[in-house]
Design a protein around this ligand. Sequence first.
Ligand code: ADP
Ligand code: TRP
Length: 341
Amino acid sequence: MNKPVILTGLRANNDLQLGNYLGALLPIIEMQKKYAGEYQINLFVPDLHSFTTPIDHSKLYEQSINNVRVFIAAGLDINNADTFVYRQSHVPAHSELTVILNCFTYMGELSRMTQFKEKGGGQTSVSVGLFDYPVLMAADILLYGAKYVPVGADQTQHVELARDIAIRMNNKFGDLFVLPEAEKEQIAFAHSQARLRIRDLQKPEKKMSKSDESGKGVIFLTDAPEVAAKKIMSATTDSFEKISYDTENQPGITNLIDILAALTGKDATEVAQEYEGQTQYGPLKTATAEAVSTFLTDFQERLSAVDDAAVMAKLEAGEKAMNVTANNTLAGVQKAVGLRN
Ligand code: ADP
Ligand code: TRP
């Protein structure tokens, strides 16, 4: 019998940042450890998603492979036979299914996607690729019948859309797709209260993003540990002189609590309690800076030890296997919509 699938992707449009690691990478790696043997793990590089906004194309190819090195340095066990690593563009069924799903997705739905509004809003020229981004993402999920999709808070809406498209197609054509679980079940499976949203250290009203232009409020996984520690020490906070877990009123402080908690494997409420009653922000900043610097030192050491030949071998094996699975799902859809008999 096929094992249920846990799937996520991390775009290769720049070096990955701490929010990518804590919001998406670490959760799937923890799931790999916890559910070894029970679930299939698909961790892929959505390289076609990487240029929905402009990038330096001369770096994309290397950057995609580098993401896989990062997966391994972050603790992904590539010797696990149920784990598949692949580049989206190396499995052409993703593109083909997108074209089909496009005809069962509405302009109104895509216009409502927050990411599109945020990234496309105010721009003079927005690519069709950015608009269609969630449909490609739906294809990424539905081709493998993924049930669980660990992503950060910013991507929740897209996972929900994938589920809506699948329900719509199943209603019309019979049971074509395995449905990704609804948001509540996704969160319960991840054993967390909510999807994580790490904020920009300088502008805590925004999420931390690798495509941020200045990068001042962003901890990149490639930052020198002492540089990252300085970014934490100069994080924007507030003048309330109290420490409470309050995203609304104290987003900067809450962000530091989230980062410290995630890096030390604790609950945010537990960390918040430890600092409750303090009027100075220095100790919280110092502890977070230390946690970030220790994490980066270890991570970068593991990254430099990654075996490139093993990376390429795992990618090639993953792409070969996933082409078989994806083509099989695609053939079913082609048949259902009348392209094949
Ligand atoms: P970025 O904005 O850094 O380019 P991506 O859109 O490539 O990030 O996201 C890759 C994964 O990392 C997604 O699952 C996304 O939800 C997650 N992620 C991105 N930024 C954050 C963040 N600040 N906090 C938590 N998760 C995040
Ligand atoms: N859209 C995701 C992001 O920007 C990346 C992604 C593409 C993805 N396809 C996916 C994540 C499928 C989960 C499942 O972060």
